[in-house]
Design a protein around this ligand. Structure first.
Ligand SMILES: [Zn+2]
Length: 411
């Protein structure tokens, strides 16, 4: 492979900034919620850029967008790459957009260099990766990969009561193509790490080998509402005190597993939430993650009983509902190897890394050989308007994407 074939870093950066203007927030981030008019504006701009390069745009019934560049050999399956253009309500300019815009830069560079790959290429923008509007993350790639049914996803509603089907129609992105897996040769996704590891270790490229296992619960602790002034300790059934013990347990179970452990209670609702009432009910979320399936499996066996016994000691009752339990998703060894080789050839400091977050690539990997490339982000900060990366890091990630895609498409 001729590493003199360079993508255009400044053009990539300008294009990232141009996409960042759509839904720009005063604090320098973006609010480009899925299937809103702002998302529509982003999709239209993306389409114009793709069509200017001679790519053919295809939209499926979930609004997933595929911009195709033909290869020399019409019998070859396409090599896919991309990410998502939707954002959190107070999101950054790079989460998702980096992978899509870098993919666009790959297409632009191929045009500039006059290269026709053997296999066709398709640049993908997946619908609703973030899940912040309809409550289900990885929705477009999830329907595509068969994780959710199309009708099921169409029925998901936002807080205003608008469902996905209506929202797709409203912005004109319920496309004619089936939202179902089609044969593809590979999928590559460049994404910011959204964590601190690469920056801390001075690495430019993360060679992502897979995503970790997760289990999510909804928990309800029931005690008894009582007068704060008249109820002595012996008769209290304080649901919040019981919840506090469970929170400490989740943190202990995480820390017992060292730096790879993850355990979080991110939502908590206290009822009746009055300063002079002993709380009779607390509702909260619990999630655990770990790169090893056995660790998460072990937690699903030990945590519910341990939590129930702590809650019982406080005279309360725990109801625990397992929302989902997903195994670790290893990425394809050959695709991962192409990422590793590209980073090595280019001389970028790199390390293997497991994805701590969910990504479209995790669902796509169930259908198509997949790998991801991570680049650092400042202070590991993401899902935040202050999310920030360096132009040279974006360029490095894009160059690795370019070479991995070229290697796969010409093999
Ligand atoms: Zn993302």
């Amino acid at each position: 492979m001729n590493t003199n074939q360079k993508i255009n870093g400044p053009r990539l950066w300008d294009c990232l900034m141009a996409m960042g203007e759509i839904g720009a927030t005063p604090k320098g981030g973006v609010k480009r919620l899925t299937l809103t008019q702002v998302d529509q504006a982003g999709r239209r701009r993306f389409t114009e850029w793709c069509e200017a390069l001679g790519l053919t745009m295809r939209v499926d019934a979930m609004g997933n967008m595929f911009a195709r560049r033909e290869g020399r050999d019409p019998t070859r399956l396409p090599v896919l790459f991309g990410s998502h253009l939707d954002s959190q309500p107070t999101g950054g300019k790079f989460d998702g957009a980096l992978g899509v815009i870098a993919g666009l830069e790959v297409m632009r560079s191929l045009n500039d260099l006059g290269i026709v790959t053997e296999a066709p290429l398709e640049l993908v923008n997946w619908t609703d990766e973030e899940g912040s509007r309809f409550g289900h993350s990885l929705m477009g790639s999830g329907v595509w990969a068969g994780v959710f049914g199309l009708e099921e996803a169409y029925g998901f509603t936002d807080t205003e009561g608008v469902n996905v089907s209506t929202a797709l129609d409203a912005i004109g992105y319920k496309g004619p193509h089936p939202a179902a897996p089609f044969p593809a040769d590979a999928y590559f996704e460049l994404h910011i790490e959204q964590g601190p590891i690469l920056e801390r270790e001075g690495k430019t490229i993360g060679i992502v080998t897979g995503a970790q296992a997760q289990v999510w619960y909804d928990a309800v602790i029931t005690g008894q509402d009582a007068h704060a002034g008249t109820t002595p300790p012996s008769t209290r059934r304080d649901a919040l005190v019981a919840a506090a013990r469970v929170i400490a347990l989740v943190d202990d179970l995480m820390r017992e597993r060292g730096e790879e452990g993850r355990g979080t209670i991110g939502q908590l609702q206290v009822l009746p939430n009055s300063r002079n009432v002993v709380p009779g009910e607390v509702r909260f979320s619990v999630e655990f993650r770990h790169p090893e399936a056995a660790q998460v499996q072990g937690l699903t066996q030990s945590f519910p009983d341990q939590a129930r016994s702590l809650v019982a000691q406080n005279g309360c009752k725990l109801e625990l509902t397992e929302l989902f339990h997903i195994p670790p998703q290893p990425f394809d060894t050959e695709c991962v190897e192409l990422v590793r080789q590209a980073a090595a050839r280019l001389g970028y400091p790199a390390r293997e890394i497991i994805s701590g977050a969910g990504h479209d690539a995790v669902y796509v990997a169930r259908r198509v050989p997949t790998a991801m490339i991570f680049t650092p982000c400042k202070d590991g900060l993401s899902h935040n308007e202050a999310e920030s990366i360096l132009p040279e890091e974006a360029e490095a990630g894009c160059q690795v994407l370019f070479e991995a895609v070229m290697a796969r498409a010409n093999r």
